[in-house]
Design a protein around this ligand. Structure first.
Ligand code: 13P
Length: 259
């Protein structure tokens, strides 16, 4: 019932040539995969248009890594939802842990961004996840709950059809230390239960929850085999076309088991 959704977050990597080459290699390699799953690539802002042009017609969607919530005006350096639409974006990552923990973004700003993305007709991917010290202090659930409830403040049940949640434990990002499928499943289940509490069973069952953190072609199938893991948000491994295509194939293979 839930359509698997795998996205590549390129973060602050690639240049114009390599971004276009990577986008072409991904769109050439997906073949029929986009019929059964949603696939997106999220390049840096300045390469969005070139990447959107490169994947056109392949069924691969394009996402932005961030956005600002105001529509226009004196916000030097910022990018609006309308600008992202203008260059061919469908998805927008909101509250990535790189932005929360490196740039210092807080829950209320993330919520404003997410609401602006929805109001503008794009589809937010809300990232949540705990730091290692929070996991060690048994605070995983309270951290994730706080981020989820504040991120989704003011979002209606009807709007939830456009929202994807990504659980990315910060200790697993770029570290090579993937959460075990069981660790991922526990938190994904917790998130789905929270969604049920907030929006009811129908929304909870329909919402895509991605896992992110050191996903590779070799661990994608085991993660995707978990009942509440519906997709993946891939960082480093999405920068290599073969590896990313391997992840997509592994995810499509285990999609049959999805609820
Ligand atoms: P890695 O896959 O490089 O660990 O990054 C995960 C991530 O942050 C995706 O948004």
């Amino acid at each position: 019932m839930r359509r698997p959704f795998v996205a590549g977050n390129w973060k602050m990597n690639t240049d114009l040539n390599s971004a276009v080459a990577l986008a072409r290699a991904v769109s050439d390699g997906v073949n029929g995969l986009t019929r059964s799953m949603t696939i997106a690539v999220c390049p840096p802002f300045v390469y969005l248009k070139a990447v959107a042009d490169a994947v056109k017609g392949s069924g691969v969607a394009v996402g932005a890594q961030d956005v600002y919530f105001q529509p226009n005006g004196a916000f030097t350096g910022e990018i609006s939802v309308a600008m992202l639409k203008d260059v061919g974006c469908t998805y927008v990552i909101c509250g990535h842990s790189d932005r929360r923990h490196v740039i210092g973004e807080q829950d209320d700003l993330i919520n404003k961004k997410l609401l602006a993305v929805l109001a503008g007709g794009l589809r937010p991917i809300l990232c949540v996840g705990e730091l290692l010290e929070q996991r060690d202090a048994n605070q995983t659930e309270s951290v994730v709950e706080g981020q989820l409830r504040s991120g989704l403040k003011g979002v209606s049940a009807g709007q939830m059809g456009s929202v994807t949640i990504a659980y990315e434990p910060v200790w697993a990002i770029g570290t090579g230390r993937t959460a075990t499928p069981q660790q991922a499943q526990e938190v994904h289940r917790f998130i789905r239960d929270l969604l049920e509490d907030m929006y009811g069973q129908q929304v909870a069952q329909a919402t895509i929850i991605q896992y992110g953190g050191s996903v590779k072609a070799s661990n994608a199938a085991d993660l995707m085999a978990q009942p509440d893991v519906d997709g993946l948000l891939v960082g480093g491994a999405s920068l290599k076309a073969d590896e990313f295509l391997g992840i997509l194939k592994a995810s499509a293979g285990s999609a049959d088991g999805l609820a």
